[in-house]
Design a binder for this molecule. Structure first.
Ligand SMILES: [Fe+2]
Length: 414
């Protein structure tokens, strides 16, 4: 057999073998790629072995300037309110820095653990010669509490305002509905703002966070957490579902694994809070800012119903809607840039707030986002500013003139 024929035969066999693998793992599109590998929840060094639950070893240590020498410190990020660390082995004392934990959460451990709280960051010392020790944080029981949510913020001052507003409203945590990455500098500025936030931030990935000029989903996995995840807090189940990019087949990947597992969950909950980026339905007449793929929509709706989920929270559409499709309530809170304020020349943008009360379903309401108009001096609003020249636009331009002079157009930083 000629060499070329032999190579073709091997390539053909490889392709045939690769098809089932790809179908099981899932192909993501647009920006064709295989579903990413799962995060590693075990951490081993020469001195320590950890098992991580609801937290992971993040890349965000670059934002902790207090630790000039970070080489001997392990940096973790929690992506649920009650993270747990199991110390399988520690040969010498080890410092752990765990970010994104509520200031109210209380550390539980069988032995005393030295702990310092700095905002939403905990610094703990794991003693030497430890085996099979569980260290976990518990969020205190509340008769009722609230969380705040919005998406489509970009990563500049508007994001900072949304986090600030959630905190100001008394939310116990902030759920970001995806799309914090609209320009080159946004990934880093967003991660920094999440790390330094006054309240924990749980984030679902948006299409702009998944791919930009190329695939950038790895940044999310290194800095923020998994793409699909579920956690329970008191009697409410929270589900973060990745709808950033479509799957082929629609039942491929870890998203389907999670939804299948949820459909077998027989526990009784007061309610389920499902947060995702893209809604499967666009309520605006003639618009199609939804899944696009009818098979994916069908699979998604069926999966929600199999898990007794009757409500989803989404972003992607830069407005607020409380709508319904296929028997599922869809709350779209995509006003994180507050752009509707410019269009209406007054503050109309809304932040969604969920009130969780023991024994009841979550009650949703909106609160004014109240974003100061100076936030729109950012380049995100430059198109609106160049397209409008009425009295309001002139006032905006006048107000923004000193800020415009300070903006680094390339980085978008003030
Ligand atoms: Fe989006």
């Amino acid at each position: 057999m000629k060499r070329r024929t032999l190579l073709k035969a091997f390539a053909g066999i490889g392709c045939l073998a690769g098809i089932p693998y790809s179908l099981w793992r899932g192909v993501r599109y647009p920006r064709l790629s295989l579903e990413s590998q799962p995060l590693d929840y075990t951490l081993k060094t020469d001195d320590i072995a950890l098992e991580l639950i609801d937290c992971f070893a993040s890349n965000s240590h670059r934002f902790f300037s207090a630790y000039a020498d970070a080489s001997n410190i392990i940096f973790l990020r929690a992506f649920a309110p009650e993270p747990k660390i199991i110390v399988a082995r520690s040969d010498k004392t080890q410092t752990l820095v765990i970010n994104n934990i509520s200031t109210e959460a209380i550390l539980h451990s069988k032995i005393p653990i030295q702990e310092i709280t700095v905002g939403i960051t905990r610094v703990i010392e794991i003693p030497a010669q430890i085996e099979a020790l569980a260290i976990e944080w518990k969020f205190p029981e509340h008769e009722s509490y609230e969380f705040a949510t919005i998406g489509d913020t970009g990563g500049a001052e508007e994001l900072g305002w949304c986090i600030h507003r959630a905190h100001e409203l008394g939310a116990k945590f902030f759920i970001h509905l995806g799309d914090f990455n609209y320009q080159a500098s946004d990934y880093d500025t967003s991660v920094e703002q999440f790390v330094k936030a006054p309240l924990p931030c749980y984030i679902t990935i948006g299409n702009h966070d998944f791919h930009d000029n190329g695939l950038i989903v790895d940044k999310f996995l290194k800095d923020i957490g998994p793409l699909n995840h579920t956690f329970n807090l008191q009697a409410v189940r929270y589900i973060n579902v990745d709808t950033a990019a479509s799957f082929l087949p629609v039942s491929g990947g870890k998203r389907a694994d999670m939804m299948n597992a949820l459909s077998k969950d027989k526990q009784v909950y007061d309610d389920t809070v499902t947060f995702t980026h893209r809604p499967f339905y666009d309520p605006r007449p003639g618009e199609d800012h939804d899944f696009g793929n009818v098979f994916e929509k069908k699979w998604f709706v069926k999966s929600l119903k199999q898990s007794n989920i009757d409500t989803i929270l989404a972003g992607h559409i830069h407005n607020f809607f409380d709508t319904e499709s296929e028997g599922i309530r869809i709350l779209i809170a995509g006003q994180g840039l507050g752009h509707e304020d410019l269009i209406h020349k007054r503050q109309v943008a809304k932040m969604l707030v969920g009130r969780v009360s023991r024994g009841q379903k979550v009650v949703y309401r909106t609160e004014d986002l109240s974003m100061p108009f100076e936030m729109h001096c950012h380049p995100h609003a430059s198109k609106w500013r160049s397209d409008n020249d009425d009295t309001f636009a002139q006032k905006m331009n006048q107000m923004c003139a000193p800020i415009d002079a300070r903006i680094d157009i390339k980085s978008g930083k003030y």
